[in-house]
Design a protein around this ligand. Structure first.
Ligand SMILES: Cc1cc2nc3c(=O)[nH]c(=O)nc-3n(C[C@H](O)[C@H](O)[C@H](O)COP(=O)(O)OP(=O)(O)OC[C@H]3O[C@@H](n4cnc5c(N)ncnc54)[C@H](O)[C@@H]3O)c2cc1C
Length: 424
């Protein structure tokens, strides 16, 4: 049976047992494809309202980006709120800004309500390498405060040492509404919460064909789901199932390593236990784990999927930040794919009357996917207002067509050239 990527999270998951695969024909109201944060968030919202819902997952709940990411609760979207308002206009900008803290609130609400054990820890730090980047973080803070988020502090180099002990940065922005979680345990806990309300989840059950008509059908290798509406939440792992959808995104790989347990050393490096990301476009992100490891991720990296090559790429970055870790053993190394859009803003939409999709959080999706799952649920239960705000935004297809034709090694420079060509 296919299992999770060989991550620290898979090794420490609360639930190790797999769910059954679909082997019959079943009928339901909503069929969701993909059991990541988006699909499970929608399933939980729907099941809690007593709507019959079935989730089909190719591999295991959380197999995709949701179960193997940096676990950083980063509020908002992959673009600043003022950039979004400039691009889409003040109306959509205001509406999107009003939803920007909702994803993080959903996570905290569910962790509490369903007693999900996922190591939720508060606080996130954005670190600047230069005064110019620090100015950018000041701007970020100002924009957020205009949208009602006041719980942010700018820290100088010395103040920053209370949170991360390194010489690398000139200062930082502390977001008190940021934080971190064990993402696989979060998505699994949410899946169990959805099941407690009556949702059914099948694992090892890839959707391999879709009949998207008046009476939609989703086929798996050994069964099928007849339903009224399909929600497609496969994100970067959707492959070729629906080319109209996957043409809109580019899967991008990012990689993470986890050290051996470091004892007291971990808290010396990250005294306040906040998570950290730097302000570069291709960024490093890191945090500590309850069992005193440093978990260090390395932005966008093309190529290299075996654990040795991942370690060879990410470990030097970690040593630049924390030279004292030069003798620390690396216990885990893994990679995962997120879906990048040309604008770095997520996309939602419809294909026909009975199929809705959501994808493309572009590297910062832990909170936003929770919001988008809720918007999908609202749309299929009679209130598409908020879904339509995002679905009605103009979208920019990747020039040159299907992303899978772009070799991974040149995808990065190709992406920037495409954005420049469109003036994005
Ligand atoms: C290594 C890494 C680190 C990251 N770190 C952070 C971070 O620290 N903070 C942050 O905010 N964001 C981070 N992200 C981004 C974030 O993880 C994603 O934006 C988010 O998890 C996407 O969730 P999703 O549900 O849309 O997609 P996914 O979690 O990828 O879920 C899609 C699911 O659909 C399934 N699927 C696909 N096709 C089919 C099919 N045909 N039939 C059935 N099932 C199917 C897949 O198996 C998968 O389980 C990171 C991403 C990666 C890869």
């Amino acid at each position: 049976m296919t299992q999770h990527a060989p991550s620290y999270y898979a090794a420490t998951a609360n639930r190790q047992t797999a769910r059954l695969a679909l082997t019959t024909t079943i009928t339901t109201e909503i069929c969701i494809i993909g059991a990541g944060f988006t699909g499970i968030s929608a399933a939980l919202e729907l099941a809690a309202k007593n709507i019959p819902v079935v989730v089909l997952e190719s591999v295991r709940v959380g197999f995709g980006a949701s179960g193997r990411n940096g676990g950083q609760i980063v509020n908002g979207y992959s673009r600043d709120l003022d950039v979004i308002a400039d691009r889409y206009g003040p109306g959509p900008g205001k509406a999107i800004g009003a939803m920007a803290l909702e994803g993080g609130a959903i996570i905290r609400e569910r962790v509490k309500k369903y007693a999900i054990k996922c190591d939720l820890t508060e606080g996130g730090l954005f670190c600047a390498f230069s005064q110019k980047q620090l100015e950018g973080l000041r701007h970020h803070k100002k924009i957020w405060s205009e949208y009602g988020h006041q719980a942010m502090d700018i820290l100088d180099h010395d103040q920053m040492q209370n949170h991360v002990v390194t010489t690398r940065y000139v200062g930082a922005l502390l977001d008190h509404l940021g934080g971190h979680i064990h993402p696989l345990n979060l998505v699994q806990g949410e899946a169990e919460a959805a099941e407690s309300h009556g949702a059914t989840i099948y694992e090892n059950s890839p959707a391999i064909a879709i009949e998207n008509g008046q009476t939609p059908v989703v086929k798996t290798p050994n069964g099928e789901v007849r339903c009224k509406t399909i929600l497609v939440c496969g994100n970067a792992y959707l492959g070729n199932l629906l080319p109209e959808i996957t043409a809109r995104i580019m899967p991008v790989t990012t990689q993470i390593i986890a050290t051996e347990p470091l004892g007291d050393e971990a808290a010396k490096l990250l005294p306040s236990n906040v998570c950290v990301e730097d302000a570069n476009y291709v960024l490093d992100y890191y945090r500590r784990t309850p069992d005193t490891r440093i978990l260090y991720g390395g932005g966008i990296v093309y190529g290299g999927t075996d654990s040795e090559s991942i370690t060879a790429k990410i470990r030097p970055n970690m040593l630049k930040t924390f030279p004292s870790l030069k003798d620390a053993k690396i216990d885990y190394a893994w990679s995962g794919n997120f879906a990048l859009t040309l604008t770095r803003f997520p996309q939602m939409g419809r294909l026909g009357d009975n199929l809705l999709f959501s994808h493309g959080c572009s590297g910062h999706g832990v909170t936003t996917t929770h919001l988008l799952g809720r918007l999908l649920a609202e749309a299929v239960t009679g209130d598409p207002t908020r879904f339509n705000i995002i679905a009605n935004l103009p979208y920019y297809p990747f020039p040159g067509g299907r992303l899978f034709r772009v070799p991974a090694t040149i995808a990065g420079s190709w992406y920037y050239r495409a954005r420049d060509a469109l003036g994005l």
